[in-house]
Each structure stands twice: as C-alpha cells, then as structure tokens.
Ligand binder design. Structure first.
Ligand SMILES: Cc1ncc(COP(=O)(O)O)c(C=O)c1O
Length: 386
C-alpha cells in the first residue's frame, strides 16, 4: 500500500519539475538571444512617445463621465444569454452610422474581433491571402480557420495578383491592415479593392491603427477613401486612437447574423460592461466634435519627419507610428535605453514581433506632444546617428 502511494505521488512531481525546467530554459534562450520581454511601468516623468493614444483621448476626463444613471457593473453573461443589453444595441446602431455600414457587432477587443471573423468566415476549400506584415491576431485567426492561407509580400500588388491567379476554387479573402501597426505605412487600399473586383475576392481590412483618425470624425481610412461599400468586413478597435477599449466588426447584416451564430469569440465570452460601452460612445462623440485633434497630429508628424536627419534609418510613414530600424535586438535595446535615459518613453520592438533583422524602436507621435518635445526628441535621435 505504502509503495503504491509513493509511486502515485512521485510521477506527477517529476512532470511538474520537468515543466518548470522547460519553461525556465525557454526563458534563458530568450535572454541569450537578447529578446527577453519584461513588464515595465510607464514613468509619468517621461515624455510619452510610446502609447497608441495618438489623440490623447485616454486622458480626457469628460469621456469618462456617465450620461445615464447606474445600470450595471457587468453585463452578466454572453450576448446570447443574459448579457445582451439595450446599451450594446444602441452603441451598435451608433457605430453603423459612424462607420457607414449596414451593421456593426461589438467584440471585447480588436484581437478577438479579428479572430472572430477570420476563424469563422473562411471555410475549408477557401483561400485567404494575407499581407506578410499582418498583426499576429490576423495570422492566428486564419490559422484557426480550415481555409488555405498564404502570405503575400508586404504591400506588393504584383505578388498579390500572382497568388490570386493561382486560385481555382472556393471563396477568396484578401486581408490587410489599413495602416500597419509596426511600420506605419498604409495598404494600397484602392488598388487592392480593384484587384478584388477582378478576381471576385472579398476584402477584410483591420482598421486598428486608423480608427479615430482620418477625416473630420475619425472614421478610418476605408471611409476616407470612399471604399467602405466595396469591403466585405472592416474591424475597428477602440484601444488605440480612441483611447478606450473594445472593437467592432462592420459589414452587411448577413455578416453580423453569421458572426452571432458562428464566431466563438463572440458567443463564448461575457459581453462588455455598461461603462466600457459608454466610454466608447463618449470617446467617438468627443472625437467627432474635435476635428482639430487630427490636424494637430498631422502637423506633429510633419514636424518629426522634417527634423530627422537623413542619417537615420527611418521607415517612411505619414502616420503617428514611426519606426527606426536598428537591425538587431541588442542595438534596438541600446537605442531605446539611450532615449529612455533622455526622458523619452520609447520601446524597442524585437523579433518575433517584427521580422529578424528589422528590430527597431517604435516611436508613436501624439497630438499632445509639444513642438518642443518633438524637436528635443529629433535632436537626440540625430545625435545618436551622427
Ligand atoms: C493591427 C492590429 N490589429 C489588432 C490589434 C488588437 O487590438 P486590441 O488591442 O483592441 O486587442 C492590434 C493591437 O495591437 C493591432 O495592432
């Protein structure tokens, strides 16, 4: 009897220890390659050149306020069970108008919205073509579907068309970001939509880094270019320029109905609480009432691009996201530390978030960064690369 007890308890102990050891060795591997990640608090004494809060909306107190009396602290369930509230449906009607679409469906985050569409809509026998620099949640979403999928070279229309030509059967999806999260460049949306017409393909655009930007109201790049009616699905996220949290998928009524029935990321999760819904509504309303924020941001981007010297290996971008390529993890970390020491909150971006050899620092410009702060930043960057 005693022998049995020892036998039963020692095996799981060994397994547990083995797992800990394995995890530790993976961490050591990361450390030795210079790609180890650590949580770092944002120091208020530093100038923010790192957050995605491009317009500064996360700090506007007026957005936090409630119009209504108390409703609830939590939605209490999935939208399909106890969690479907008037406030969700009202916000969705507001979003339809804001983003010029037939329907809108809320998701708890941009990550979940991309997974929700891409894992459920493309089916076995379909083909998804995605830009090679697509965000991990796009890649992950497509991987969860049963469709075939291929990367095309970043923003390369010829490569996209070469791949479109090879597809013989099934539905075709082309997935792009309107503005790329790490490079800050735009997808050639008009040309992509033209190609999609030619090859009878459906375009899906992740508008994460253009939601809240473009135009007087901040309705993103697709609406700014007048392409919204030709795009199958658009994903808007509220955690970046809108300064809050959550996301929405917009498209046809059929798409919304389909996602409610088939998207596991929509069905099997607690719906957003009232407060989140209220601040999304408030933030978009605030943005629409303050078109000057977008003009101020554009002026700051223009200033930054003008002041940086040609010695700096900067990616071309007219967006608040600006990448300076260092080419390896060590150099990127050193450069970010140098900027940190000069009181700028700027982070290195390492592989696998960006391709190997493209390690960089990612600078985010904001409407609230003063001209003096930007001039000072450019001065230190130029000095480093002298
Ligand atoms: C292009 C892109 N799509 C989606 C997401 C995910 O959005 P969220 O932060 O709302 O989950 C991000 C966030 O980093 C992103 O950069």
């Amino acid at each position: 009897m005693a022998i049995n007890v020892i036998f039963l308890t020692t095996i799981p102990m060994n397994r547990k220890m083995k797992l800990e050891k394995h995890l530790q060795s993976q961490l050591e591997k990361r450390k030795s390659k210079g790609g180890y990640r650590q949580l770092k608090k944002q120091r208020s004494a530093l100038t923010d050149f790192s957050s995605n809060d491009y317009l500064g909306l996360s700090k506007i107190e007026e957005i936090h306020s409630y119009e209504n009396d108390f409703i609830d602290n939590g939605a209490t369930g999935s939208r399909l069970l106890s969690g479907n509230k008037d406030y969700h449906e009202e916000l969705e009607i507001f979003l339809e108008k804001y983003f010029k679409s037939e329907s809108a469906l809320l998701f708890n985050s941009g990550y979940m919205a991309n997974l929700g569409v891409l894992s459920s809509v493309p089916q076995k026998g379909d083909t998804v073509l995605l830009d090679e620099l697509s965000h991990v949640c796009i890649k992950e979403g497509v991987r969860l579907s049963r469709a075939n999928y291929y990367n095309f070279k970043h923003n390369d229309l010829q490569d996209l068309e070469k791949k479109l030509k090879k597809i013989e059967t099934g539905n075709i999806f082309i997935v792009v970001e309107s503005v790329y999260s790490m490079d800050g460049d735009q997808a050639p949306l008009k040309a992509i939509v033209d190609l999609s017409d030619q090859y009878d393909a459906n375009v899906i655009v992740d508008e994460a880094h253009s939601t809240g930007l473009f135009g007087d109201s901040g309705f993103g790049l697709c609406c700014h270019l007048g392409l919204e009616a030709q795009i199958f699905a658009r994903i808007y996220t509220f955690g970046k320029a809108v300064g809050v949290h959550g996301a929405a998928v917009v498209g046809s009524n059929v798409l919304k109905e389909y996602l409610i029935n088939y998207s596991r990321q929509f069905i099997y999760t607690t719906a957003l609480p009232h407060h989140s819904v209220q601040v999304i509504r408030n933030a978009l309303g605030y943005r629409a009432n303050h078109p000057e924020l977008w003009l101020e941001l554009q002026a700051k981007i223009e200033l930054f691009n003008r002041l940086l010297s040609n010695n700096v290996n900067k990616l071309e971008s007219e967006h608040p996201v600006q990448g300076i390529i260092l080419g390896n993890a060590g150099e990127a970390v050193n450069f970010a530390n140098y900027l940190y020491d000069h009181s700028f909150d700027i982070r290195p971006i390492l592989s696998p978030t960006v391709p190997k050899g493209k390690e960089r620092v990612r600078i985010c410009l904001h409407a609230f960064n003063s001209e003096e702060e930007i001039t000072n930043l450019c001065h230190h960057i130029n000095q480093y690369f002298q």
